[in-house]
Design a protein around this ligand. Structure first.
Ligand SMILES: [Zn+2]
Ligand SMILES: [Zn+2]
Length: 251
């Protein structure tokens, strides 16, 4: 079993932290950990967030992040890869995708050689949909869903990523459009195949009080039918969440 999406986030770039991760993985019969951090954690990606920082709410969110140099992470990866662990470790990034910043992202990402890159949509035209439920007040839900999936489609077509992160995370506050998403799910599944990308069944929305872990059943069924490679993912931000609810995540 693989856990394909684990943040260091609040942890430290130390071998001791990795050892704790590895021990937790072993206890949960997980054979591979894909470890990452958000791009907002690194100074090199600050220009990518320019467009969302125009908004005071987003700016406040971003400015609390206190980014560090990417080299802190890269040097740590080199150090860890010199050691042997009883679990396979791969290192990557969860990249916040903005269509408007695709060229800049490409320039930055081309400089590095990560084991994997997850592309995720966290902002819809400047709206950080997972940052606050209150900010959904008065929003046009159909429009947000349409834009969310248009941006996901651009993300896939950018060719920058190996995997699409939490592809239905927009449902996190249980607000749903009044049109059918079936066609959209097929389109995403077809494109993932075309661009040779994986995706994930991610239990992370549980953190927001979402009622079930992972993908919408129809979306999952379509991804499986279209033979898209799906990985289980905890989106753990703390070690104890590695492998969270994997017994309930079908792939
Ligand atoms: Zn994410
Ligand atoms: Zn994540």
């Amino acid at each position: 079993m693989i856990d394909a999406h684990i943040h260091i986030e609040f942890g430290e770039y130390t071998p001791e932290y990795i050892e704790c991760m590895v021990n937790t993985a072993l206890a949960k019969q997980i054979k591979e950990l894909r470890i990452l951090d958000h791009t907002h954690k690194f100074i090199e990606f600050k220009p990518i967030y320019d467009i969302i920082r125009l908004d005071p709410f987003n700016c406040n969110w971003y400015d609390r992040k206190r980014p560090v140099p990417l080299n802190d992470y890269l040097n740590f990866i080199v150090k860890i890869k010199q050691k042997d662990y009883p679990v396979k470790l791969r290192f990557g990034l969860e990249v916040c995708y903005f269509k408007e910043k695709e060229d800049e992202l490409r320039t930055i990402l081309n400089q590095y050689d990560f084991d994997f890159l997850i592309g995720s949509v966290h902002f819809i035209d400047g709206f950080g949909f997972d940052l606050s439920q209150e900010n959904w007040e008065g929003k046009d839900i159909n429009h947000l869903y349409r834009r969310y999936y248009e941006i996901n489609i651009s993300l896939i077509k950018s060719g920058l990523f190996t995997s699409l992160g939490h592809p239905d995370a927009i449902k996190l506050f249980e607000k749903y459009p009044d049109y059918s998403l079936t066609e959209t799910y097929y389109r995403i599944a077809r494109l993932l195949g075309e661009y040779n990308m994986e995706t994930e069944n991610n239990s992370g929305l549980i953190r927001y009080g979402f009622p079930y872990p992972g993908l919408n059943q129809e979306f999952l069924d379509i991804l499986k039918k279209m033979k898209v490679k799906i990985n289980r993912a905890s989106d753990a931000h703390k070690i104890e969440d590695i492998g969270r609810m994997f017994n309930q995540l079908e792939i």
